[in-house]
Design a protein around this ligand. Structure first.
Ligand SMILES: [Zn+2]
Ligand SMILES: [Zn+2]
Length: 612
């Protein structure tokens, strides 16, 4: 969805003009801001003489269709700055005038281009379609109105932004609208509330989610999974504090390069401690580096892999906070791998294969890796990146080789590296077809050396008896609990596979006479640590089934006279109409196998020799 064809880009850009033209017809006197093509369509910002609501959108869309049908030619004109300024004055567009001034003075342009179609003129760089008839008139839809400050600056006038989706044909638009509708239905903020997963409470503060019992089960299970997989990859676990003296972040470079993202300093301690400043940590790395440095290390100990589900804190702006995906307090599936230069490549390959194991297990296969490199041309590069070109080149190459060897899909982008080395983001598509970064892996060639420069012995002794500074890989395949849970909730629409489901089994006695049997079966399942509960309400069976389905519990057991008689359970799997009856012991065995293998299956296959 991200590689937009030139034709589609022209259509979207042209639609922005047509939208502006239609709005000026609908609300004469409307002034224009910017109107670009975007990833799924276009928008235009307006200063309206009178507000517009959702009900106006179909009317504006109708005018747009009329403009398209009128087969207006797009023509272009290149004007010198004085002529351009005069033209914009004639148009009576204050925002366009301001922007033209800026282009002339700050960017030193000598001419500006204008495009017109019909009676509408806009200052713009293009490109557009040749004629409005080239715009498919049934493949776009105005869908949203939002406020937007002129030039994105809250000190400026608030304008009204109208968004449209646009595609090359009706089918693509329908597919997209459906995905967006699903995205609204599966929004983790909505499901998180309906399924009692988490709350954000104003008494605690924005961006500080509280996990409820159901959400806690999900993150505990993810944590167990990570601990098992990391154990099998020879990681060792550590636990480190969330608070640290500022001097550590001077050593790590965070105060120099990352301070804006951190919570402000706290003065702690009594006078004997000189009133040192402390910070909530934004990352676990400096603490893990201290663990590494806490005693002399030999090359024989490398690679050393230190893992922690670590709590971290970021001072996100309140406007950017969003459910569980952008928060101020989070818990990360973090680890740091200390290795020699020669080990970097193999370790990186191993980390990538760990990612694949997780995603295979969860049945996720629509991802690619995005390799972010430093930008040697960036004029602000010295502020953004550690200044060591040779190390950047080596690190980028070794990560690229590891990517190739792993044979996983990846793309390269220049810029966006971490300040201490290249990084790899794992990109997924959300239900709403937006690109979403789930996790990040980084190669760090710089911070351990900074520690050494600050008198912290972050080194190992090599086989010649000489001190060396290790390379570090930062990795977090399961991201933060917050981000990963939000992603999974949306992917699964809240219907978690059995191993992750907060309640794995709900037992539904068909009447009061069968409650004792339900309690007995429930106790038997709970003995095996299966998360089972009995619906003791006086509701009808139909209603119990409905509420079990709404809670998205993967296994509902219907228990009546037949089941008591046979010591059996009748199972309704989530999303499957047909119900099956099993002896209690066989049901427990099948469920335990499913949980243990963490298999993501809807229906149990009888061919599976599940009793082995
Ligand atoms: Zn344009
Ligand atoms: Zn790190």
């Amino acid at each position: 969805m991200n590689e937009v064809s030139d034709a589609l880009h022209r259509i979207r850009h042209s639609l922005a003009h047509v939208l502006a033209q239609a709005v000026q017809r609908y609300r004469p006197g409307t002034k224009l801001g910017f109107g670009p093509a975007i990833a799924d369509g276009f928008y235009y910002d307006f200063l309206l003489p009178e507000p517009i609501t959702d009900e106006d959108l179909p009317k504006v869309q109708k005018i747009m269709v009329e403009i398209i049908k009128a087969k207006q030619e797009f023509s272009t004109e290149e004007l010198s700055i004085p002529d351009a300024v005069k033209r914009i004055e004639d148009m009576g567009e204050p925002y366009k005038a301001e922007y033209a001034q800026e282009l002339a003075t700050k960017q030193g342009l000598e001419t500006l281009s204008f495009y017109s179609n019909g009676d509408f003129v806009d200052m713009c760089e293009g490109p557009h379609v040749e004629n409005t008839r080239d715009i498919p008139r049934n493949a776009f839809k105005l869908h949203n109105i939002a406020g937007a400050y002129w030039r994105g600056d809250e000190k400026n006038q608030m304008l009204t932004r109208i968004y449209g989706w646009a595609f090359e044909d009706k089918g693509q638009l329908h597919t997209y609208v459906k995905a967006r509708t699903d995205a609204v239905k599966r929004d983790h903020r909505k499901l998180g509330n309906e399924l009692d997963i988490y709350v954000i409470d104003e008494n605690v503060g924005p961006g500080l989610p509280l996990w409820l019992p159901n959400g806690t089960v999900i993150i505990d299970q993810l944590q167990k999974l990570a601990e098992q997989f990391e154990f099998s990859d020879n990681y060792e676990r550590v636990r480190t504090p969330v608070l640290t003296k500022g001097s550590l972040y001077e050593a790590s470079g965070h105060l120099e390069l990352y301070k804006d993202a951190m919570f402000p300093a706290m003065k702690l301690g009594d006078e004997s401690e000189n009133g040192d400043e402390y910070y909530l940590r934004p990352m676990c790395c400096p603490h893990h580096h201290i663990v590494f440095s806490s005693r002399p290390r030999s090359y024989r100990e490398l690679p050393l892999r230190l893992a922690e589900y670590g709590h971290t804190f970021r001072n996100e702006r309140s406007g950017s906070l969003h459910g569980l995906t952008r928060v101020r307090a989070m818990c990360m599936n973090d680890a740091h791998i200390y290795c020699t230069k020669e080990q970097v490549r193999d370790e990186f390959v191993r980390v990538l294969s760990l990612h694949k194991r997780y995603y295979d297990l969860l049945g996720l296969d629509d991802y690619f890796f995005r390799l972010s490199m430093w930008d040697p041309e960036d004029p602000k590069g010295k502020e953004k990146y550690v200044d060591d070109p040779a190390a950047w080149e080596y690190s980028t190459e070794v990560v690229r080789e590891a990517m190739k060897e792993s044979n996983l899909p990846y793309r390269e982008v220049v810029g966006e590296a971490a300040f201490y080395g290249p990084k790899i983001d794992t990109q997924f598509m959300t239900v709403g077809l937006k690109e979403f970064t789930v996790s990040t892996t980084q190669l760090d060639f710089a911070v351990p050396q900074r520690f050494v420069d600050h008198g912290i012995d972050c080194t190992y002794v090599d086989n010649n008896g000489e001190k060396q500074v290790p390379y570090v890989i930062h990795r977090a395949p399961l991201s933060t609990h917050e981000r990963f849970a939000s992603f999974l909730i949306e992917r699964f629409g809240g219907a978690m596979p059995t191993w992750l489901a907060p309640t794995q089994v709900r037992l539904l006695p068909v009447g009061a006479d069968f409650e004792a049997y339900a309690d007995k079966v429930c106790a038997e399942l709970r003995k095996h640590f299966i998360r089972a509960e009995v619906d003791h309400s006086s509701d009808s069976l139909g209603k119990k089934i409905r509420s079990g389905t709404v809670s998205k519990t993967p296994n509902l057991l219907v228990l009546g006279a037949n089941e008591v008689e046979d010591e059996s359970v009748t199972v309704r799997r989530y999303g499957i109409k047909e119900q099956r009856t099993y002896p209690v012991a066989e049901f427990a065995q099948r469920l335990l196998t499913e949980i243990k293998t963490r298999k993501h299956v809807k229906e149990w296959d009888d061919a599976d020799s599940i009793m082995e």
